[in-house]
Structures are given as C-alpha cells and as structure tokens.
Write a protein that binds this ligand. Structure first.
Ligand SMILES: *[C@@H]1O[C@H](CO)[C@@H](O)[C@H](O)[C@H]1NC(C)=O
Ligand SMILES: *[C@@H]1O[C@H](CO)[C@@H](O)[C@H](O)[C@H]1NC(C)=O
Ligand SMILES: *[C@@H]1O[C@H](CO)[C@@H](O)[C@H](O)[C@H]1NC(C)=O
Ligand SMILES: *[C@@H]1O[C@H](CO)[C@@H](O)[C@H](O)[C@H]1NC(C)=O
Length: 459
C-alpha cells in the first residue's frame, strides 16, 4: 500500500513538474522571431537585450575617458517618448483587417482560429498615440540608469539645486514621458518636498512641424514620396501581401499594402504594449518582416533622413541649441564657476532624433535607399529598428580632463558611438575642439529660418 502511494505521488509530482517545465520555456518564446524588424514600433530591449535580464543594468566601463582625472561636466539627453498606442489612422486599418479575418478568412491554421475565437479587437480610435504604462516605466527606468551611468551629473544634489533642466514637445505622450522621467528620479531619491518644472518648447522639439519647407516640399508633396509608393506597389511587397492572403485564405484583392502594414503593426503593438507574441505575428515569416522593415526605413529615409537636404536642416535649431549648451558649460567650468546646468533632458519624437542624427552624419550608406534596391541594401546601416525604438536616446557627455582638455562622448541608446568622419577617434573620446572643427560649416551656418523658408534662393 505504501509503495503504491509512493509511486502514485511520484507520478503526480512528475506530471506537475512537467507542466511547470512546459510553461517556463514558453515564456522565452514570448518574443516574436520578427521583433527585431519593428522599426520605430520596436522595443528598447530588442536593441539592448541585456535589459531583458535586468532593466536597471548599466555598464560604466563602456565609458573610457583618456585619463582617470577626466570628469563629466555636462550631459545632454535627447530622448524619444516611450511606448505609445497606435495612431487613429493605424487603428482604423487594424479594425478593417480584423473584420477581414473575422468574416472572410477560411484557413484552418491554429493561429487563425486563435484570432477568430480568442483575440478581441481592443484598440479604439480615442487611444490616438497616447503613452501606455510600459512607456511610463521605460522613461522611469532610463532615468535610473542614467543616474547610475553619470552619478556626478544625474544626482539628487543637481536635481534639487535646479541644475537639471527638462524641455519637452507639447504632445501628451512627450509631456507624460517627461513626467515619468522626473518620477523615476524623485522615486529613486524619495523626494517628496520639492517639484521640478519642465519647459514645453515645440520650436526646439517639434521643429519638423514648424519648418514650412519640410511641410510643403516633403510631407505634403506626393512627388517627394515616390520611392516609398513605388516600393509599396513593387514585387517584394506584392509577394508579402500574397503570402498573407494565402495564410488567411482570402482573395488577394483584400490584402492591400495598408492591410499588410496593419497586420505587422498588430504584431508589433501587441508585443510592445502587452509583451505578448500574438497570433498576428504568424502572418509573417522573417523574409516578409525584412520587406516590411525596409518599407518603413524607406519612408523614414525620404521623410526625415538623407532623402532630402531639408530633412536634416530642419534640425538646425536643435543642433545650435546643443552646442550652445555645451559651450556654456565649458566656459563656466573654465572660468571657475559652478556649471549652472549639469544636465539637459529633452523629450521629443523619432522625427526629432532622426533629422539631428542625419545632420551629424550618422548611419549614412554609400547608396540611397530606393524602391528598386531592396536586395543590395540588406547590409545598410540606416536601420530604424536599431536607431529609433521607443525611448531611443542620443546622449552627449562633455568631459573636463584638466588644463582645458575638454572631450565629447556621444552615445546612442546607451552605447558609445563615434562621430562619423571624425578621423582618429576610434580609441578614445574626441576633443571637443575637434568636434566643433568637424562641424564648423554647420556651426557657422545652418540657419533654421533661412533653410526652412519657402522659395529659398539657391545659395
Ligand atoms: C562592460 O563593458 C566592457 C567594455 O565594453 C566589456 O568588456 C564588459 O564585458 C562589459 N561587462 C558586462 C558585465 O557586460
Ligand atoms: C468579405 O466578407 C463580407 C462580410 O461577410 C462580405 O460582404 C464580402 O463580400 C466578403 N468579401 C470577399 C472579397 O469575399
Ligand atoms: C498622461 O497625462 C495626462 C494628463 O496629465 C493624464 O491624464 C494621463 O493619465 C497620463 N497618462 C499616463 C499614462 O501617465
Ligand atoms: C570644472 O570641472 C572639473 C572637472 O569636473 C572640476 O574638477 C572643477 O571643479 C570644475 N570647476 C568648477 C569651478 O566647477
């Protein structure tokens, strides 16, 4: 009898053990295999996978000033808002695709039955791009990581002393991201007796909206976006649409480019917002995802990247603002004063960061991205999935290494990068003087008013 009971319980123990082990490995499968192709809808953790283990992890040894006496004197952090809901236009397309899947799809695949029986459309148009809870957390966590990475700058003393300045775009998702960043710091230091202001400044953080030339000659010009539209109608995209139609068993005509994009967004948003690998992701294999990624990169390239000169020039105002802050900190330090601003936190959009990164020369390939060179662009450096996930950030850290030896270290998404074309700076961080020399033409020109006015005369 006892042996029987023993065997019985061992048997059940084994069953329970097996169940747990079945569930646990599946948690790791919760990351869609196509998650690294989500462009500006991607998670920050896909760019920095070590954060999946520990969201507050930092590695201070990535910063290698040329000598131990170097001290940080100013930090500029230009940060994209955190994870947000889709925009109204995207939600309308998602609803339309959902209706097609519910009413017209007749495939037998299990992912399809899962959508039809277990997945409910929960996105509503009033969500229109608002920051989600995940986005709140991203900015809080980023604030804590920056305080660990730059403890002498992002410090309680500097915050309380008013030496940390916050500037934000007026969009609710940016204001909320700014509030979240501040909350990350006040919660970290348990500050309850003091509040910290932020300045709303669209001229600086939404310059792309204020630049008449970019609005008229790029955003509202169908001709300017011809490469994007041609790729949408091209053979690579058509193949993706056909494969989706086959997987759903619906007529090809129902899966337009917009419907393929809606499916891709559904997979991306379910993952970004809820951290689930949703059945929508099964509509794409990796080859399809690469085509979708390229279509989106193409759009960013022509609308905010190297496609047109005005795209980067629209950020002249932010470019000058950055260097005047660095100059101010440098000269205050030089003249023996305490630096009045230790940290500038500026919260904006992907559309804020991309023109500035482009102006500075980052991620420039030898060939332009076009509708016909998808195949030869597989190794391109211009990849918004790597550059611009939610909470993407460009950090500029000014160091004083003694005797007027100032250095400037740029980091993108918390990884050191080198200023493109600035020779001989692969080993250590460049001299601030050399950086200014490198961008001399822009520092002397690059006038927002002049660049952005319509009917500009050729220089
Ligand atoms: C930290 O960064 C350094 C330099 O890049 C690297 O060698 C080291 O392995 C990193 N440490 C951890 C724990 O990631
Ligand atoms: C899709 O389903 C709707 C609703 O049942 C129907 O009206 C429509 O004709 C179908 N379209 C196609 C192309 O089958
Ligand atoms: C964002 O800010 C608005 C207005 O201050 C507030 O109503 C909303 O709850 C905030 N959302 C989040 C996610 O913090
Ligand atoms: C200038 O910066 C250096 C390096 O941080 C620091 O040692 C020095 O005290 C600063 N000077 C002033 C006046 O703050």
């Amino acid at each position: 009898m006892l042996t029987f009971l023993w065997k019985f319980s061992v048997f059940y123990f084994f069953i329970i053990w097996a169940l747990f082990n079945y569930v646990n490995p599946e948690d790791n499968l919760d990351i869609p295999t196509i998650a690294k192709y989500f462009n500006t809808k991607g998670r920050y953790e896909e760019v920095n996978p070590y954060l999946r283990e520990d969201i507050l992890a930092v590695n201070r040894s990535i910063l290698q000033p040329p000598s131990p006496q170097c001290q940080e004197i100013h930090l500029i952090a230009i940060i994209r808002h955190g994870t947000r809901y889709p925009t109204t236009k995207n939600i309308k397309d998602m609803q339309q695709l959902y209706n097609i899947v519910m009413h017209n799809a007749s495939g037998e695949a299990s992912f399809l039955r899962e959508i039809q029986t277990q997945w409910a459309m929960w996105y509503t148009e009033d969500m229109d791009g608002r920051l989600v809870q995940k986005g709140v957390n991203e900015l809080k966590h980023l604030a804590v990581r920056l305080s660990k990475l730059f403890p002498s700058l992002v410090s309680e003393e500097n915050l309380r002393g008013g030496r940390v300045k916050f500037i934000t775009s007026s969009k609710h998702r940016c204001v909320n991201s700014t509030l979240s960043f501040k909350a990350g710091l006040t919660e970290l230091w348990a500050i309850k007796d003091q509040e910290f202001d932020h300045e709303v400044n669209d001229a600086l953080m939404r310059f792309f909206d204020k630049c008449a030339r970019i609005v008229q000659e790029v955003d509202n010009s169908p001709l300017a976006l011809v490469e994007i539209n041609n790729f949408k109608k091209g053979p690579e995209m058509r193949r993706v649409q056909e494969k989706i139609a086959v997987r759903l068993r619906v007529s090809y005509s129902l899966i337009t480019h917009d419907m393929a994009e809606a499916a891709f967004y559904l997979c991306a948003y379910e993952f970004a917002i809820k951290a689930v690998n949703s059945p929508w992701c099964q509509l794409f294999d990796e080859d399809d995802a690469k085509v979708m990624e390229y279509a989106s990169d193409l759009r960013e390239f022509w609308k905010r990247g190297y496609g047109y000169d005005i795209n980067s020039k629209s950020s002249c105002i932010l470019f000058h603002d950055v260097f005047s802050r660095l100059n101010k900190a440098a000269s205050e330090n030089k003249s023996g004063q305490q630096v009045t601003e230790a940290v500038t936190v500026q919260v904006g959009h992907a559309d804020t960061l991309l023109p500035l990164l482009t102006l500075l020369g980052f991620f420039k390939d030898s060939e332009a991205l076009t509708s016909t060179n998808y195949a030869t662009q597989t190794q391109r450096s211009f990849r918004t999935s790597h550059m611009l996930p939610y909470a993407a950030n460009l950090l500029l850290v000014l160091y004083d290494c003694g005797a007027g030896d100032l250095r400037l270290q740029p980091l993108l998404n918390e990884r050191p990068v080198t200023f493109p074309g600035l020779a001989d700076q692969q080993v250590s961080m460049p001299l601030y003087e050399d950086v200014k020399e490198h961008y001399r033409e822009l520092l002397q020109g690059c006038d927002f008013e002049n660049e952005c006015q319509l009917f500009k005369h050729p220089a």
